[in-house]
Design a protein around this ligand. Structure first.
Ligand code: AMP
Ligand code: MG
Length: 304
């Protein structure tokens, strides 16, 4: 469907499935609290989870949040792109307080996907867009997956093809004192961010927490077995660094972490849909994008 139709739906307080370079988003007018409430309802999301406000760039972001010079440096380095910055919310920000779950902070990101940018430009206001999946489910990396999960509640589906990165944005909070916290590992590796702002602390004990850090999250129906160097008897195998065995899939036959990130959710969905009772996953290295991939796999495997 067209961007014009999507803008119409947003103006009317409706919901739009939109592609981003990370995963598909369930977008609404960030300044319309009723629309934001509809997003929570459609996702079945615990009410207190704040949402990311999507903007075109740094200048727009600074009308909503107070960005520390280090946060600004990160925006300059990685926007448009898969980095979400948590900053103090400006009281005059037009973003609905409900989207920030009543926190004094706001999550801001300028996406790179051309269709998302076209929509933002045509709409002219920030769009809140959590991942387009029911709360706790696997994130959607195609318009079809998103529509399957949320279809009935949505007014317009914008199909931009498979999400190129396939993994959520990296969430970094820079506090007013300049200290940085990695709230969620994601599509930009920690190392690339630390090169610019120095070491990032772990979220534990941090004042700001990201509910995307709930223990069980991104969960398939099948039981998930991690770090299986070889496929155990009776399990369906998700390989890495090797071709897929019979009935299984490989995240990347060549051991490429970027390719693995892009395939992660679609492969988990596909194996889940194949009826597998247990999905065994090969060990994934922990450097670069491996940190985020392992984080998602741990949450997907966590007891519910
Ligand atoms: P999703 O859009 O589904 O990837 O989820 C958005 C993520 O951003 C969640 O993990 C939220 O908890 C996190 N988030 C949004 N706003 C804030 C905020 N003000 N402080 C901390 N985390 C936030
Ligand atoms: Mg999500």
């Amino acid at each position: 469907m067209s961007v014009a139709r999507a803008v119409e739906a947003l103006r009317a307080g409706g919901l739009v499935i939109l592609p981003t370079e990370t995963v598909y988003g369930l977008g609404c007018d960030a300044t319309n609290p009723k629309a934001v409430a509809r997003v929570y309802e459609a996702k079945g999301r615990p009410k207190l989870n704040p949402l990311i406000a999507h903007v075109l760039g740094l200048a727009e972001a600074e009308t909503h949040g107070v960005l520390h010079p280090k946060a600004r440096a990160l925006a300059q380095a990685f926007w448009p792109g898969p980095l979400t910055l948590i900053a103090e919310r400006r009281p005059e920000s037009s973003v609905a307080e409900l989207a920030c779950a009543g926190l004094s902070t706001i999550a801001l990101r300028a996406p790179a996907h051309p269709l998302a940018r076209e929509l933002l430009a045509a709409f002219g206001k920030p769009i809140t867009a959590p991942s387009a999946n029911r709360s706790g489910h696997i994130s959607a990396t195609t318009a079809q997956h998103a529509a399957e999960d949320l279809g009935a509640a949505v007014d317009v589906v914008l199909d931009g093809g498979a999400a190129p990165l396939g993994l959520e944005s990296t969430i970094v909070a820079i506090a007013p004192d300049g200290s940085g916290v990695l709230l969620r590992p994601g599509a930009i590796p920690r190392e690339a961010i630390e090169e610019i702002v120095g070491p990032l602390a772990a979220p534990h004990g941090a004042k700001i927490s990201a509910p995307g850090m709930l223990e069980s999250h991104y969960a398939p129906r099948a039981r998930l077995l991690l770090n299986a160097a070889t496929p155990p008897e009776g399990a369906t195998y998700l390989a890495f660094g090797a071709p897929a065995p019979r009935g299984g899939l490989t995240l990347s036959a060549s051991g490429d972490l970027v390719e693995a990130a892009a395939n992660l959710y679609a492969h988990l969905r596909a194996l889940d849909a194949s009826g597998a009772a247990t999905i065994a996953v090969a060990p994934i290295p922990s450097h670069g994008l491996g940190e985020a991939i392992n984080d998602r796999l741990r949450r997907a495997a966590a007891p519910r």
